[in-house]
Design a protein around this ligand. Structure first.
Ligand code: NDP
Ligand code: DGY
Length: 327
């Protein structure tokens, strides 16, 4: 008589192009079950999917809390998230139980590029201009019509000069930025490359013409950009957030934008996501909102999917992951 071999099961929470995940089937070490939809997996299905699973490949829209961990029973060995941000996961509990893979670096360029695009679109009022051309508002060339703010000679402040923050700074400097300020928990030696000056947050907020948020969402950064923060900004300043929506108090941002406390804002991330179509921020001409597309290039998303599959596999096999989150 032989004992039945335990089948290694992994659960994937979204439809991800199969060719990017083929390493999992080729390795022949696990049985993959997938929530085969473009929409987020409902909590009940997630709990069912992870029951008895050894590995989970999830997205930033999946809340991985203690209930999800418990539903997986004692089998879990690895969680791989298709994101660099990990604020959707209950890390304090997760780190006691499983290894975690994530996708840093591979999305840095795409996200920095999108941030620059959003900054320019917001500061130079591109969405407003496009609408005016289409609705007949373009009557003639007018000296002050649709004027905005330029980067040349400006002071840019980056909150969180990490991988993406630094990549944003590198891209903005050649636009003629005069001063590059940054804030965070520690000064960075690599900031010298962009002549970055480490300053207290208050200094950054009050001196910058462009405030760019690219920090991680943590208990310390949650709600960081609030009434007090916006009150310190210049009336002519541009606010850009491509980190996480919860870093911003959106009611306070609405007040700052509608009262003229700050000039304009560009957001790639909001709370909640998607932002309801009747949200007050969407009524403002000086607020540009994008649907969380920072890393959305075909190439980047493909590489992210492959990396997350490789992380998952390494976790299942107990080998080094290409990108493991170190706690
Ligand atoms: P990094 O870990 O390289 O950078 C995170 C930065 O956050 C660090 O520089 C860190 O500064 C800073 N930070 C942490 N705590 C604080 C704090 N209390 N005050 C100010 N800064 C702080 O991550 P990445 O650059 O790779 O990614 C950053 C974030 O961007 C992700 O966590 C994710 O939320 C978001 N993101 C959004 C995307 C989009 O599609 N819009 C795409 C990809 C990422 P220090 O080292 O000094 O602590
Ligand atoms: C991340 O990876 O954290 C982004 O928000 C999506 O790429």
């Amino acid at each position: 008589m032989h004992t039945a071999q335990k089948i290694t099961k992994v659960f994937i929470t979204r439809r991800i192009p199969q060719e990017r995940l083929k390493i999992l089937s080729q390795a022949g070490v696990c049985k993959v079950s997938l929530w085969d939809s473009d929409e987020p997996v409902p909590k009940a299905e997630l709990l069912k999917g992870v029951a008895g699973a050894h590995g989970l490949l999830c997205l930033l829209s999946d809340k991985i809390d203690t209930e999800v961990l418990d539903a997986a029973d004692m089998y879990y060995t690895v969680i791989s998230t298709l994101s660099v941000g990990f604020d959707h996961m209950a890390m304090d509990e997760i780190k006691k139980r499983v290894r975690v893979g994530y996708t840093p670096d591979v999305l840095t360029d795409a996200t920095a590029e999108l941030t620059v695009a959003l900054l320019l679109a917001t500061a130079r009022r591109l969405p407003e201009g496009v609408v005016e051309v289409k609705n007949g508002g373009w009557s003639t060339w007018k000296p002050l019509w649709l004027c905005g703010y330029g980067l040349s000679g400006s002071t840019v402040g980056v909150i969180g000069l990490g991988r993406i923050g630094m990549a944003i700074a590198r891209r903005l400097k050649p636009f003629g930025v005069k001063k590059l300020l940054y804030s965070g928990r520690t000064a960075k030696s690599y900031a010298a490359e962009v002549e970055g000056e480490y300053v207290p947050l208050d200094t950054l907020v009050s001196e910058s013409d462009f405030v760019v948020v690219s920090c991680a969402l943590t208990p310390d950064t949650q709600g960081l950009c609030n009434k007090d923060f916006f009150c310190k900004m210049k009336n002519t300043a541009v606010f850009i957030n491509t980190s996480r929506g919860a870093v911003v108090n959106q009611e306070d941002l609405y007040q700052a934008l509608s009262s003229g406390q700050i000039a304009c804002a560009g957001l790639d991330v909001t709370t909640p996501e998607p932002l309801p179509t009747d949200h007050p921020l969407l009524t403002l001409k000086n607020c540009v909102v994008l649907p969380h597309i920072g890393s959305a290039t075909y190439s980047t998303r493909g590489i992210m999917a492959e990396l997350s599959a490789n992380n998952l596999l390494a976790g299942l096999q107990g080998t080094d992951m290409p990108s493991e989150l170190k706690f």
